[in-house]
Design a protein around this ligand. Structure first.
Ligand SMILES: Cc1ncc(COP(=O)(O)O)c(C=O)c1O
Length: 353
């Protein structure tokens, strides 16, 4: 039985997207691809509110997260860590042979502007990475406040993962001064996995020019050369790019502000549901994700059994990630999910509880 996904990614994909993806194949050096590529990157610039370059990479998000580190870290990187994916990004930075420090806060807490300020004031770093929305903990860090602090450190590359937040709220990449914004498409953008998107501003491209050992597959300069021809360095996942083309049209047809409001509404509804049912919220007020809710299992429910029972009813449920598995559970309300679908799931969950 197919299970409707309420896990925080991959998430449910609209049938129109699968339909768009089944268009006949084209060659990526044909003019049809250049047209598709140009249309998609232009729409992404609109979504991200930027005129920086936007690139399409055939990989999951971590491909580009690794690529960003290889291209942009020249000296030392501050990896801000507050959950599984940001912890992993530090590990990846080290595995790329870069000098880096993990600036850790406890899981469940946001990265704050103060922490960024005190860390970067040391003058030790030429790059920083952070995850806007830590999917493992349901914590959304205050990007505008952090961006304000980053203005004091123009020599530090501001590298931000927005995998599970993009399009759920305004993330104006240019205004925020993000040098490199990265996301995979299988979470907040509600597409099948396999495609990652990233931006690079002039500063990021200038930095990459001075960094050695950028590799090939994610070499930002290869992306620049090919972008000039509306193309990619290697054969891209053309079907997924057709899907993205379709999804961007759907997002603008819904209205971006309507999409933001829908996410806000579903987040509030899920947080209220959790609290009314005797669960806690793992993230503190003001740092709660708009795309998923990470609830604390205060009732000591056997989450593994709950997950199995929900699966039998046709719903995929997440019983926590990594070291907080079993102590927390996550309900995703991202992408194209509608409030009525969330209600349906909460009703089934009520029944099982
Ligand atoms: C915030 C965030 N960053 C990065 C990743 C890793 O993405 P991928 O598995 O697409 O490489 C995830 C995946 O769950 C994520 O939620």
């Amino acid at each position: 039985m197919h299970k409707k996904l309420f896990i925080p990614g991959p998430i449910n994909v609209a049938p129109e997207i699968f339909e768009a993806m089944s268009q006949p194949m084209i060659g990526h050096r044909m003019k049809e691809y250049a047209e598709l590529h140009g249309r998609v990157t232009s729409a992404l610039k609109l979504l991200l509110n930027t005129d920086d370059r936007v690139f399409l990479a055939t990989s999951s998000a971590f491909g580009v997260m690794e690529g960003a580190v290889r291209n942009l870290v020249k000296g030392r990187c501050a990896n801000f860590c507050n959950g599984a994916f940001s912890d992993k990004w530090h590990d990846v930075t080290l595995r790329c042979g870069k000098e880096a420090d993990a600036i850790k806060v406890p899981w469940g807490q946001p990265i704050t502007a103060e922490l960024v300020n005190t860390t970067l004031a040391s003058g030790k770093y030429d790059s920083m990475t952070m995850i806007h929305n830590e999917t493992s903990t349901g914590v959304m860090s205050p990007l505008p406040e952090i961006a304000e602090v980053m203005r004091k450190y123009p020599q530090v590359m501001f590298i931000v993962d927005t995998v599970s937040s993009i399009s759920a709220l305004p993330i104006p990449v240019k205004d925020l001064g993000i040098n490199c914004c990265i996301f995979g498409v299988q979470k907040a953008l509600a597409l099948p996995p396999g495609l990652a998107v990233f931006t690079a501003d002039e500063k990021a491209i200038a930095r990459a020019k001075t960094v050695e050992n950028r590799g090939y597959y994610f070499d930002f300069l290869e992306f620049v050369t090919n972008d000039d021809k509306n193309n990619t360095p290697s054969t891209p996942c053309i079907s997924l790019i057709y899907g993205l083309d379709c999804q961007l049209k759907r997002i603008f047809a819904e209205g971006i502000e309507t999409r933001w409001a829908r996410h806000q509404q579903m987040a509030e509804r899920t947080r209220n549901w959790a609290q009314e049912h005797g669960f806690g919220l793992f993230a503190p007020e003001g740092a709660r994700s708009l795309t998923l809710t990470c609830a604390e299992n205060h009732r000591d429910i056997d989450l593994a059994t709950l997950k199995t029972r929900l699966a039998d009813r046709g719903y995929a449920f997440d019983d926590g990630y990594g070291k907080i598995k079993g102590k927390t559970f996550r309900i995703a309300h991202m992408g194209d999910l509608q409030p009525a679908e969330l209600e349906e799931f909460l009703t089934v969950l009520d029944g099982e509880l």
